[in-house]
Design a protein around this ligand. Structure first.
Ligand code: PMP
Ligand code: GLN
Length: 382
């Protein structure tokens, strides 16, 4: 977490966004939209501030948001969740992930994730004194080798942490993989933690919430947040659903991390979760089009482009352009093309990073004209 000189190392996202601000480059690094989300949601927050929702909300979250989360689980996945005992509101998915791992892990416990992985996982596992084991998602399809997964989960595994749709690859895990995760968790008595912040940003027909699979429900902490779905990444309203004992354990940690957060944003996200189905299908369709625009632009610029089935992100290979080192390319890209992106190696450890050294993650959650301008600029790289 600290650099060699003892100072705090900024995350790759903070570093790249600072680079974008400093150089005026188009920021396709950190994943955040450049347009506001639905007016109903924004107006609900303004109304909540005016109506005096400005003091500490209840520790587990306001009852109406917990109810809205439970309604959402029923509407989209047919899951029955008790809003009073099986839902916890958190400061974004970030806090839900941190509080969950800190609650579940004893020093020396193993956590299995796929690799590459969202950077927070590695940091929090380290903070909790856990041991991080990974199963690689190899390009071009970014699917795990299921035998490798079988061999990595053992009786030492306390948590299997899955993220689908997957940041940074855009992969959406299939039923076979998720069923195997459940089977292995049952066999080795591990807890499943699932990070579903991109649940509504899947471009393939089915995002399967792992907690809906047989045997999963009583051993899964299912995490999501409103940031991506409602284009409100700065509001930091997240949640988890889990069996009561697990919610209680996570709440015990959460109360000393943030205690509570986002009083006026909680009712606003509740309003968002109650938007009609057409809103949810609409955001995925809009984003799939943006993926296509950026992917076509990257291809025209000479990158190799991998398929993205969900999230804000697409992975591209800079090797065909003559750049075998994506870290170097990303440092030079603002000057070279006026664009910021993130090397895939930022989400991986040395071994995997070495094998994928020429891969770059680009975010496409931007206005079409911004993506077209970025594509024009990237096409000028020689
Ligand atoms: N998990 C993944 C995979 C993410 O990409 C992000 C966000 N950027 C988060 C968790 C954190 O979500 P939040 O902003 O709600 O804390
Ligand atoms: N999840 C966002 C991304 O992957 C960034 C979140 C952050 O800055 N921590 O780009």
């Amino acid at each position: 977490l600290l650099g060699a000189d003892g100072t705090v190392r900024p995350t790759i996202f903070a570093e790249m966004s600072a680079l974008a601000t400093r150089t005026g480059a188009i920021n396709l690094g950190q994943g955040f939209p450049d347009e506001d989300g639905p007016a109903e949601v924004l107006e609900a927050a303004v109304a909540a501030i005016r109506d005096g929702h400005n003091q500490y909300p209840p520790g587990p979250g306001i009852p109406d948001l917990r109810l809205a989360v439970a309604e959402h689980q029923r509407r989209f996945y047919g899951l029955e969740v008790d809003p009073d005992r099986e839902v916890l509101i958190t400061a974004g998915a970030t806090e839900a992930i941190a509080a969950t791992l800190l609650a579940l892990l004893e020093p020396g416990d193993e956590v299995v994730t796929f690799e590459p992985y969202y950077d927070e996982y590695g940091a929090v596992i380290a903070l909790a004194g856990g041991i991080h084991r990974t199963v690689p998602l190899e390009p071009p399809a970014f699917r795990p080798d299921l035998d490798r997964l079988r061999a990595t989960v053992t009786d030492r595994t306390r948590v299997i942490l899955v993220n689908t749709p997957h940041n940074p690859t855009g992969a959406v895990l299939d039923r076979e993989t998720l069923s195997l995760v459940v089977e292995l968790a049952e066999r080795h008595d591990a807890i499943i933690v699932t990070d579903s912040v991109y649940e509504h940003l899947s471009f393939v027909p089915e995002h399967i919430p792992i907690e809906s699979l047989p045997g999963a429900r009583n051993r899964t902490v299912a995490i999501s947040s409103g940031g991506k779905t409602f284009s409100t990444t700065g509001w930091k309203i997240g949640w988890l659903t889990a069996p009561t004992e697990l919610v209680t354990a996570v709440l015990a940690v959460k109360q000393f991390l943030t205690y509570v957060n986002g009083a006026p944003f909680q009712p606003a996200i509740a309003a968002g979760l109650r938007l009609p189905d057409s809103f949810f299908t609409g955001i995925a369709d809009t984003l799939a089009h943006k993926r296509d625009v950026l992917s076509d632009g990257l291809r025209a610029a000479g990158f190799g482009v991998f398929p993205s089935d969900g999230t804000y992100f697409v992975v591209a290979d800079a090797a065909p352009l003559g750049y075998p080192d994506a870290v170097r390319l990303c440092r030079e890209l603002p000057e070279l093309a006026g664009v910021v992106a993130v090397p895939l190696s930022a989400f991986a450890r040395d071994d995997y990073a070495g094998r994928t050294a020429s891969l770059v993650r680009f975010a496409f959650c931007k206005r079409i004209e911004v993506l077209e301008e970025a594509a024009r600029r990237l096409a000028a790289i020689t």
